[in-house]
Design a binder for this molecule. Structure first.
Ligand code: SAM
Length: 249
């Protein structure tokens, strides 16, 4: 890989071509995206997203402005609103209008007025410096072509004292189970994708992109390089996913 290329799953593609391919994946699966998450993870994605929001701990008694990047169909944003107080406001940002449209339709009446949907790129956020108290990105960062740019933007838009949290797939770290998980990922998930969305290729990309993503330790270094401090990471479910945390000091 050179500066001008990156990965799209197991393929090497020009850096400028990846976003278009990623967008095609999420346009294709948007309407069945939430159902597939439940089926693929046996509902565990709900537990992981709740753990992310528990780590964020939005305050119940004071205003809190939160940005959920690559927020897709709104799962994390809805949880932040449910956990926070009445003065919690969430912006869901995603590059894909199809995913955001599903999110708008899923928002419950009690969320209205406290949630906004913005179509934009994580690599260049359309917000001023220090605009947000919290930033989350769940299962999104590995899809972004220029990860360092997205992390730099996260740091820019957070106020000092603001919290960065990222939920991303990692690698199963239990001998024996790792081989089972590998077989499940590469054999079962594309077939399930074909059956439910008619699109096996998109789910092959999702599985391959997980393998291509940096290790948790390497990604933690990238978070530090973006300027965050007190950077930590915590594996969940035998390392299937990891929650990364950092603070803007
Ligand atoms: N966060 C949601 C969740 O956990 O259910 C959605 C995750 S989905 C696997 C990945 C999302 O990242 C998609 O909605 C996709 O459109 C979005 N995405 C990909 N590249 C992006 C970029 N450069 N900027 C913003 N969003 C992006």
């Amino acid at each position: 890989m050179t500066d001008e290329t990156t990965h799209f799953g197991f393929r090497t593609v020009p850096l400028g071509a990846k976003q278009g391919e990623v967008d095609a994946v999420f346009r294709s699966v948007a309407r069945r995206y939430d159902l597939m998450n439940d089926l693929m993870s046996g509902g565990l994605h709900r537990v992981w997203k709740s753990a992310l929001v528990t780590a964020l701990r939005p305050p119940r008694t004071r205003p809190f402005r939160h940005l959920d990047v690559a927020g897709g169909t709104g799962d994390v944003a809805f949880r932040v609103l449910d956990a926070g107080g009445p003065a919690t406001e969430v912006t869901v940002l995603d590059i894909n209008g199809s995913m955001l449209q599903v999110g708008r339709e899923r928002a419950r009446p009690e969320h209205r007025g406290r949630i906004g949907f913005v179509e934009a790129n994580a690599e260049s956020l359309p917000f001023g410096e220090r605009a947000y108290d919290g930033y989350t990105i769940a299962f999104g960062i590995r899809n972004v072509p220029r990860i360092a740019a997205a992390l730099g933007e996260a740091h820019r838009v957070l106020r000092p004292g603001g919290r960065f949290l990222c939920l991303e797939f990692s690698r199963v770290d239990v001998p024996g189970i790792d081989a089972l998980y590998e077989a499940y990922s590469f054999q079962a998930i594309p077939r399930l994708g074909q059956a439910v969305t008619g699109d096996a290729e998109s789910y092959r990309y999702l599985v391959e992109s997980i393998r291509r993503f940096p290790t948790p330790a390497a990604f933690a270094r990238m978070i530090e390089e973006a300027g965050f401090r007190r950077v930590t990471h915590r594996p969940l479910t035998m390392g299937v996913v990891t929650i990364h945390s950092g603070w803007k000091i």
